[in-house]
Design a protein around this ligand. Structure first.
Ligand code: PEP
Length: 249
C-alpha cells in the first residue's frame, strides 16, 4: 500500500535559529507517528542544522530545489551531491513558484529529475494549473503535458522513487483549497496517465500528494479521497502544532 507522505515546504522562511526551533517543536509533537512519512524542506541555509536536529528521528529532510548538474560553473546553484552530504532524501522540483516566478520549464525540470535520481534523491514533481487554465477547461491537458514532459525518458523502475504533487496554482498560499472531489478527480487522472505511460504497478504504487492551502481543518476530508496519498504543505507547515495536526489527520 502507499504510505502517506506529509511534506512541509518552508519556502523562503526561517533563519537557521527559527528553523531549528520549529523542527525541535515538531519533533516533540510527532515522535510517536509511525504510519505516515514526515518530511520538512527548509531553505538551503538551514539544511545542515535541521539535518542534525532530525537525525535518528522520524522526520526526513528535503530541499526545495536543486541544480541539474553535479558540479561546475553554475553560480548560485546547489547540487544534488551537496544535498546528499547533508542527508537530504527528497527534493521538491517544478514547484509552481519556480515555474511562474523563475520561469522554469518542463525541460529544465526533467533534467533536474534525472540528476536527482542519479544521485539517490527522491524528486517530488509538482504540477498544477492556473486559474485561467482551469476556467478555460485546460486543467487535464496542462497536467498531462507537465507530467509527460517532466517524466520524459524516466524508467518505470525509477518511478518508485518519485512522488507527484498536484498543486493547483490558484490554491497555493491563497486560502482557497480545491474541493476534495476536485482534487480526487485530478489525482485519479494522474494515476491513469502514469499507468498509460509506464504500467499498472506504477499507476497504482506512485504516491500522488495534494498541495494548496492544506490546513488542519481540511486535511481529513482530502485524505479520505482514494487517490490522495498525502500533502505538500506551505504556510501551515511553519507552525509546528498545525503541521502536526495535519500529519495526524
Ligand atoms: C506549497 O508551498 O506547495 C503550498 C501548497 O503552499 P500553501 O500550503 O501555503 O498553499
Amino acid at each position: 500500500m502507499r504510505k502517506p507522505l506529509m511534506a512541509g515546504n518552508w519556502k523562503m522562511n526561517c533563519t537557521v535559529k527559527d528553523a531549528v526551533e520549529l523542527v525541535k517543536e515538531l519533533k516533540k509533537y510527532v515522535k510517536d507517528v509511525k504510519n505516515t512519512e514526515i518530511l520538512v524542506c527548509p531553505p538551503f541555509t538551514a539544511l545542515n542544522e535541521v539535518s542534525r536536529t532530525v537525525k535518528d528521528s522520524n522526520i526526513e529532510l528535503g530541499a526545495q530545489n536543486m541544480g541539474y548538474e553535479d558540479s561546475g560553473a553554475f553560480t548560485g546553484e546547489i547540487s544534488p551531491l551537496m544535498l546528499r552530504e547533508l542527508k537530504c532524501r527528497y527534493v521538491i522540483l517544478g514547484h509552481s513558484e519556480r515555474r511562474h516566478i523563475f520561469n522554469e520549464n518542463d525541460g529544465v525540470i526533467n533534467k533536474k529529475i534525472k540528476c536527482a535520481l542519479k544521485n539517490n534523491l527522491k524528486p517530488i514533481l509538482c504540477v498544477g494549473e492556473t486559474l485561467l487554465q482551469r476556467r478555460a477547461n485546460l486543467t487535464k491537458k496542462i497536467i498531462l503535458n507537465q507530467i509527460q514532459n517532466g517524466l520524459k525518458d524516466i524508467k518505470a523502475d525509477d518511478m518508485k522513487n518519485i512522488v507527484v504533487a498536484y498543486e493547483p496554482v490558484w490554491a497555493i498560499g491563497t486560502g482557497k483549497t480545491a474541493m476534495p472531489y476536485q482534487a480526487q478527480e485530478i489525482h485519479a487522472s494522474i494515476r491513469d496517465l502514469l499507468e498509460d505511460m509506464f504500467n499498472q504497478d506504477v499507476g497504482f504504487n506512485t504516491r500522488i500528494i495534494y498541495g494548496g492551502s492544506v490546513k488542519p481543518d481540511n486535511i481529513k476530508e482530502l485524505m479520505m479521497q482514494s487517490d490522495i496519498d498525502g500533502a505538500l504543505v506551505g504556510g501551515a507547515s511553519l507552525k509546528a502544532k498545525d503541521f502536526s495536526q495535519i500529519i495526524r489527520y
